[in-house]
Design a protein around this ligand. Structure first.
Ligand code: ADP
Ligand code: MG
Length: 332
C-alpha cells in the first residue's frame, strides 16, 4: 500500500513536470498529513494537495472539489455537446439560458476583452478551429481568404450577455466562443471555495498549471517552479504562493510546426498565432484573473503586456520570443 502511494505521488509529480507550465515543487518536510490526488479533467491534469490533520475530512473535501471541477467542465467544455458553451454556439443569434457560473465567466471575459483592447477575446473560436483543426489536419497554411473569413466572425462586442435573465446570444450569424483561456482559472477558484467551505485551510489546486494556494503549506509558502519554455526539465524561477494564484500561457503546450511554430493562442488582430512571447506568468489573488490576464498579455506582447500589468500594479513575468525576461514592476 505504502509503495503504491509512493508510486502514485511519483507519477503525479512526474506528470506535473512533464505536462504543466508550472508544477508543484517538491515540498519541505511537513508534520501534518498531506493528501494529494491527480485526475484527468478539462483536457489536462488536475491535482489537489491538502494539508490537514483530519485525513477523512481532507479526502471528503478532495471528492467535493473534483466534483466541482467536473461540473464546471460539463458547463463550459467546447467539445461536450450538452455543455452550455456548445448550446450557445449552436443557438447563435437565439438566446441560450445559462447558469450563473457561465454568465460570470462570460462577463469576466468581456471585462478582459475591453481591458486588453480585444487581445483577449473568447469569440476567437473560428480562428482557433481554423489553425488548430483545419490547418493542422491539412498540413497547409490557410489562405488569406480563410483567415479573413474566420476573422470576420470574431468580435467580443457581438456577444450579448443578459445578466438579469441569465442568458446570452450573438448578434451576428456564425460566431462561436471557446473558454479555453479562462475556464480553468474559474474551475480552480471554485475548487478552492469548496475546500474552504469544507474547513480546509492549507491546500494547493492545480489545473494544467493554473494554480491557487489556499493559505500556506503549514507555515511555509507553497512553492511552484516555473519551467523554461524551451526546456521543460529546467526551472528558471521558484515562486512562493500564499493565498494567491498563478497562471501561465505558453506557446509550448499545444503547438505544431508548419513553416513557423503554430500554437493555440491567437492574436485576433492578425488572425495568426500570437508570436511575441514564449510564455507569460501572472500572479493575482483569484485564478480566473491570472488565467485571462496571462492569455491577454501573451497576445499583447512584452511591451503592451507589461504596460497593462504595470497600470494595475500586477505581478507578472514575460518571456519574450527573443528570450528577454521581463518582470512587471510589482514582481521585482
Ligand atoms: P492553456 O490553455 O495552455 O493554459 P491559455 O490559458 O492561454 O493556455 O488558453 C489558451 C486557449 O484559450 C486556447 O486553446 C483557446 O481556446 C483560447 N484562446 C486562444 N486565443 C485566445 C485569445 N486571444 N483570447 C481568449 N482566448 C483565447
Ligand atoms: Mg489563460
Amino acid at each position: 500500500m505504502k509503495n503504491l502511494i509512493a508510486e502514485l505521488i511519483l507519477i503525479s509529480l512526474l506528470t506535473a513536470v512533464v505536462l504543466l507550465g508550472i508544477h508543484e515543487y517538491s515540498s519541505s518536510p511537513s508534520y501534518t498529513p498531506v493528501v494529494e490526488r491527480t485526475e484527468q479533467v478539462m483536457g489536462t491534469y488536475a491535482s489537489i494537495t491538502i494539508c490537514d490533520r483530519n485525513t477523512t475530512r481532507a479526502n471528503l473535501a478532495l471528492d467535493a472539489a473534483f466534483e466541482e471541477i467536473k461540473r464546471i467542465d460539463t458547463l463550459m467544455s467546447l467539445y461536450n455537446e450538452s455543455s452550455e458553451v456548445a448550446a450557445l454556439n449552436r443557438n447563435g443569434m437565439n438566446w441560450t439560458p445559462l447558469s450563473s457560473d457561465t454568465i460570470y465567466v462570460l462577463t469576466k471575459a468581456g471585462y478582459y476583452s475591453r481591458l486588453s483592447n480585444g487581445s483577449f477575446d473568447i469569440t476567437c473560436n473560428p480562428l482557433v478551429q481554423l489553425w488548430m483543426v483545419k490547418v493542422r489536419e491539412e498540413h497547409r497554411m490557410p489562405t488569406p481568404d480563410e483567415i479573413k473569413e474566420a476573422s470576420e466572425l470574431v468580435g467580443y462586442e457581438h456577444l450579448i450577455i443578459n445578466e438579469e435573465l441569465s442568458r446570452a446570444r450573438f448578434d451576428k450569424e456564425g460566431m462561436s466562443i471557446t473558454l479555453g483561456g479562462i475556464a480553468k482559472g474559474y474551475a480552480v477558484d471554485r475548487a478552492c471555495e469548496i475546500l474552504l467551505e469544507a474547513g480546509i485551510k492549507h491546500a494547493l489546486v492545480n489545473i494544467g498549471g493554473d494554480m491557487r494556494a489556499v493559505g500556506d503549506k503549514n507555515g511555509a509558502p507553497w512553492e511552484v517552479a516555473l519551467q523554461n519554455p524551451r526546456n521543460k526539465a529546467e526551472f528558471i524561477l521558484l515562486l512562493e504562493l500564499e493565498n494567491e494564484s498563478v497562471a501561465t500561457s505558453g506557446d509550448y503546450e499545444r503547438y505544431f510546426f508548419l513553416k513557423d511554430r503554430i500554437h493555440h493562442i491567437i492574436n485576433p488582430k492578425t488572425g495568426h498565432s500570437a508570436d511575441e512571447c514564449m510564455s507569460v506568468t501572472v500572479i493575482t489573488p483569484r485564478c480566473i484573473d491570472a488565467d485571462a490576464l496571462a492569455t491577454a498579455v501573451f497576445v499583447l506582447g512584452p511591451e503592451e503586456g507589461k504596460a497593462l500589468l504595470d497600470e494595475r500594479g500586477l505581478k507578472g513575468l514575460i518571456i519574450a520570443s527573443d528570450k528577454r525576461l521581463i518582470k512587471s514592476e510589482a514582481f521585482r
